[in-house]
Write a protein that binds this ligand. Structure first.
Ligand SMILES: Nc1ncnc2c1ncn2[C@@H]1O[C@H](COP(=O)(O)OP(=O)(O)OP(=O)(O)O)[C@@H](O)[C@H]1O
Length: 258
């Protein structure tokens, strides 16, 4: 799959598969095309950007699919959790209702959706789910809001869950809790996890894709790529992510570009 704006190709021929229950990390520096790859799969690219090629979910072609078809799949078969939950949640609606709504939109009746929303709030480990369900987003902490986003994303048991920097806006202890939660609750959903943080990939994912300038330059099992990176960029990324490591002159590693 590729993504372009006018004549400019922003994501070029990226190709990967994620199996049921598999967790795949997508890493690379800012602007390398990670988010555009995810947005293209979800059918959420800004209007002036165009995706071409092929991306299939359970054998169904997504690229070029009609918006009606995509909106049926989004929120049910494929879902996405973003960095900033406050902008993704409706500030005027209690969170329990927002979780129930995503099930109702996709055909479940109101009572069952409301009961399932409480179960989901419990699953994402919000204390006192009944009380949490009545809260508005601004009454929750950042970590609690991200738990709600995860509940919304998992409400319909999606085949694919994409997390785009889901913990970047959170402080370190909350970050660790949310990462642990993501691992515990994603179950059979295929997970594409976008992050700058290599340690996060190492703790959450089995496989990793490394992106540079709109292309995937290296992919493989985390344990192989992180111990024996074959691409120079991955080697630099790993060296620069280790704050203890220094070059021959005692300076911290930085990623240098040609
Ligand atoms: N609407 C747009 N119009 C034109 N160019 C865009 C648009 N959105 C993104 N780009 C460009 O596409 C490239 C890839 O962007 P993308 O957001 O996918 O990067 P990223 O790897 O997700 O970065 P980050 O980690 O900072 O989110 C960047 O060079 C960006 O400037």
């Amino acid at each position: 799959m590729s993504v372009s704006v006018g004549d400019c190709v922003l994501v070029e021929d990226v190709s990967f598969e994620i199996g049921r229950g598999e967790r795949v990390g997508l890493i690379g520096e800012s602007g390398s095309g990670k988010s555009l790859t995810a947005l293209a799969v979800m059918g959420l690219l800004p209007e002036d950007l165009k995706a071409w090629g092929s991306a299939k979910l359970n054998g169904r072609e997504l690229i070029g699919a009609k918006e009606r078809e995509m909106s049926r799949l989004r929120g049910r078969d494929m879902t996405m959790v973003f960095q900033e939950p406050m902008t993704a949640l409706n500030p005027l609606m209690p969170v329990g209702k927002q979780i129930a709504e995503v099930m109702q939109v996709h055909g479940r009746d109101r009572g069952a959706s409301q009961r399932a929303a409480l179960d989901l709030l419990n699953m994402v480990r919000l204390p006192d789910p009944k009380r949490a369900a009545k809260a508005y987003p601004h009454q929750l902490s950042g970590g609690q809001r991200q738990r709600v986003m995860l509940a919304i994303a998992l409400a319909n048991n999606p085949s694919l869950l994409i997390c785009d920097e889901p913990t970047t806006a959170l402080d370190v202890t909350v970050q660790a809790q949310i990462l642990e939660l993501i691992q515990a609750v994603t179950g059979e959903s295929a997970l594409l996890f976008i992050t700058h943080d290599l340690a996060v990939v190492a703790s959450v994912c089995e496989r990793v894709l490394v992106m540079l300038d709109g292309r995937i330059v290296e992919s493989g099992l985390v344990k192989d790529v992180f111990t024996m990176p074959s691409h120079q960029y991955t080697q630099q990324l790993l060296a620069s992510s280790d704050m203890e490591s220094t070059d021959a002159n005692g300076r911290l590693w930085t990623v240098t570009r040609d």
